[in-house]
Write a protein that binds this ligand. Structure first.
Ligand code: APR
Length: 238
């Protein structure tokens, strides 16, 4: 079977072997914090220093990690894929971006960071987004508005994910949908498999272990992403 319109959704599991921690640890804490203390607009309004510091640490950590064999395999696939290929990541790291920069993608490829990007900041007044590789101060002035502040360009709980219309349009016409390294615990990404099924696509989950949503997928492949993703790409024969 050959496919022409591919959508791949990635989550924290694809970056785990690069050394970026996943979200849902057994203790229910997120790198030592309660989600509502660091990843909501209310937390930022209440205590911007704590929230900025949390993301400053995540941003600094990016300089210590590198794309792994799973990111690289998807970048090689993007270079060879002749149809449409939308890669949607929930990850705010830049590991996909770095992998694709090393192997330029074919024209039908697009990458969407639906939960934002650590290396960007956003003006609280205008919503304008700019590159921001360094730390953000608690009340970082915005270059875009005299009363604006800069916040991390991260979609927090209670906020709308980015580019949903483009993602849903691609899901509505895809013929292969693959979810890699995501627990399926966070909506709307957790519902993408159902949109792909409605389009008649073949659906596949690639994860360390079966997720609670396993029955929604036609096929499941389990093991570390650095092994399963290169094998999946090789199996596509493109
Ligand atoms: N290879 C493959 N899968 C792995 C690996 C690995 N080496 N290590 C962990 N996993 C799997 C886990 O078994 C789990 O199912 O990756 C999944 C990671 O799940 P989560 O930590 O819940 O991350 P994710 O699904 O990306 O979270 C979605 O939640 O907090 C928010 O905005 C945040 O984007 C994030 C969203």
């Amino acid at each position: 079977m050959s496919y022409h319109r591919l959508v791949i959704l990635t989550g924290a599991g694809i970056s785990a072997e690069s050394g970026v921690p996943t979200f849902r640890a057994d203790d229910g804490l997120w790198m030592g914090h309660r989600v509502e203390d660091v990843a909501t607009p209310e937390a930022f309004a209440r205590d911007p220093a704590v929230v900025q510091d949390f993301y400053n640490q995540r941003r600094r950590q990016l300089s210590t990690v590198h794309p792994n064999a799973a990111h690289q395999a998807l970048a090689e696939l993007a270079a060879r894929w002749e149809g449409d290929f939308l890669l949607v990541t929930q990850n705010v790291d830049d590991l996909h971006d770095r992998a694709h920069a090393a192997v330029p993608p074919a024209p039908g490829f697009q990458l969407i960071h639906m939960h934002g990007e650590l290396l960007k900041a956003c003006c609280t007044r205008t919503g304008r987004v700019c590159d921001w590789p360094g730390d953000l101060a608690a009340a970082e002035p915005s270059p875009h508005h005299p009363q604006g502040r800069l916040r991390p360009h991260i979609v927090w709980f209670g906020e709308m994910p980015l580019s949903l219309d483009r993602i849903e349009a691609a899901l509505a016409r895809c013929d292969l949908f693959v979810a890699i390294g995501t627990s399926g615990a966070v909506w709307p990404a957790a519902g993408f498999v159902q949109l792909a099924r409605r389009a008649g696509a073949r659906t596949m989950e690639i994860n360390l272990e079966p997720t609670p949503g396993r029955r929604l997928f036609d096929e499941g492949v389990y093991g570390p992403a650095t092994e399963t993703v290169p094998a999946f790409v090789a199996g596509l024969n493109v």
